[in-house]
Design a protein around this ligand. Structure first.
Ligand code: PLP
Length: 397
């Protein structure tokens, strides 16, 4: 059948595709060391699951308001007040089916053909695809390993044209694991205010911050920036709730209203039961977040220690999220693994690594970073240990 021009060039999400390839091997009975998926391996904390069961039994099984239940919007406002001292009203909050859906809503509400959206690379797989779906043009700005993969304020300013509609920022960043230094972030906020450029700040990893780094909500950085900021976040990463599909935006009222109209036509509302679970996540005890962070920290330190022992790979230490992102290009053209296979790009590298060593990583090509690969350490230490052993052996057989 004939497909629309918009979807003809659309590729499936590369991380989901990489995980699917690994699953194919698993189905054949192969033990695969799986480091592709970007989701916490923990089960959602018990008090959150209980809230969902209660909501079901209380009959909260119907359509809700399209932009989410008032209780959850209030809980989001209270959480931002508590955690970052920033004040939002419920009419500035939109609840959607995961933060990915929130990003789509923002782009669909704000961008169209002729518009440009600035995206620092490496970037999360879906950013450019979602921009292109609106007819707008992604303007990719390359960041460097030396800067810890952070967009510099001067780079941002230089990329602005009369068509610039939005900057998409991801702090901490998937795939690089970089949490922006406050000084850099403040510099970006100053440029946004000076040039009056709205910023979509994807802060889904806000709670996963490691030694030496600090998180600041973009809306709080400099006077005037809140009116230009659209915060995107959700419960998926902080509360191990990826399957529940709850994300949100905090934005000026006019943008929020536009997104609500859009969502009411597209999907009605996010899952009612999940919304009640998210209320419990935000209003309930926050120790679970810290407990998971302690585990992630152990894994991060372990992975970094191991990667540093492997010669000729380059990376910036992750300061947030749960990814190690490293450059393997010095191994291109050399015999790898037991079969002495040679590769000359990251995609072929990942395929060879999966086939020869049964280790699944995601190619950096998917994130606009050829030569790199992404390892998610959202998995147990034992799996990390065995998997990295295999990577090391594959690289230096
Ligand atoms: C996981 C992720 C999201 C979205 O998560 P949802 O499950 O849709 O809430 C958004 N941005 C980045 C960078 C992510 O890694």
């Amino acid at each position: 059948m004939r497909l629309s021009p918009a979807v003809q060039s659309l590729k499936p999400s590369a991380t989901i595709a990489a995980a699917a390839k690994a699953k194919e091997l698993v189905a054949k009975g192969v033990k695969v060391y799986e480091f592709t998926l970007g989701e916490p391996d923990f089960i959602t904390p018990a008090h959150i699951r209980d809230a969902a069961k209660k909501a079901m039994d209380a009959g909260h099984t119907h359509y809700t308001a399209s932009g989410g239940i008032l209780e959850l919007k209030k809980a989001v406002c209270a959480a931002y007040q508590r955690d970052y001292g920033v004040e939002y009203q419920p009419n500035q909050v939109m609840i959607s089916n995961g933060a990915k859906h929130s990003i789509h809503n923002v782009l669909a509400a704000m961008c169209g053909p002729g518009d440009e959206v600035i995206i620092p690379t490496p970037y999360w797989v879906s950013y450019s695809a979602l921009v292109e779906l609106t007819g707008a043009t992604p303007v990719l700005v390359e960041t460097s390993l030396e800067s810890g993969f952070t967009l510099q304020p001067a780079q941002f300013e230089a990329a602005i044209t009369p068509r610039t509609r939005l900057l998409m920022l991801n702090n901490p960043c998937n795939p690089t694991g970089s949490a922006y230094p406050i000084s850099t972030l403040t510099g970006l906020a100053e440029v946004a205010v000076k040039r009056q450029i709205p910023v979509l700040s994807d802060e889904i990893y806000e709670k996963l911050i490691y030694e030496g780094a600090e998180f600041r909500c973009f809306a709080t950085l400099v006077p005037g920036v809140k009116d230009l900021t659209i915060i995107v976040s959700g419960v998926s990463k902080a509360y191990a709730m990826t399957g529940w599909r709850i994300g949100w935006t905090l934005a000026p009222v006019d943008v929020t209203k536009a997104m609500d109209n859009l969502q009411s036509q597209e999907t009605s509302n996010p899952c009612s039961v999940s919304q009640y679970a998210a209320v419990a996540a935000l209003n309930g005890p926050q120790e679970c977040v810290q407990e998971m962070l302690v585990e992630f920290r152990k894994r991060r330190n372990y992975v970094l220690g191991r990667l540093k022992e492997i010669p000729n790979i380059q990376f910036a230490d992750p300061t947030g999220a749960f990814y190690a992102f490293f450059d393997v290009s010095s191994y291109f053209g050399k015999p790898l693994g037991a079969n002495g296979k040679k590769v000359d790009n990251s995609s072929d590298f990942c395929t060879a690594l999966l086939e020869d060593a049964n280790v699944a990583l995601v190619t950096g090509d998917a994130f606009g970073a050829p030569g790199y690969v992404r390892l998610s350490f959202a998995t147990g230490l034992d799996v990390l240990e065995a998997g990295i052993d295999r990577i090391a052996k594959f690289l230096n057989p």
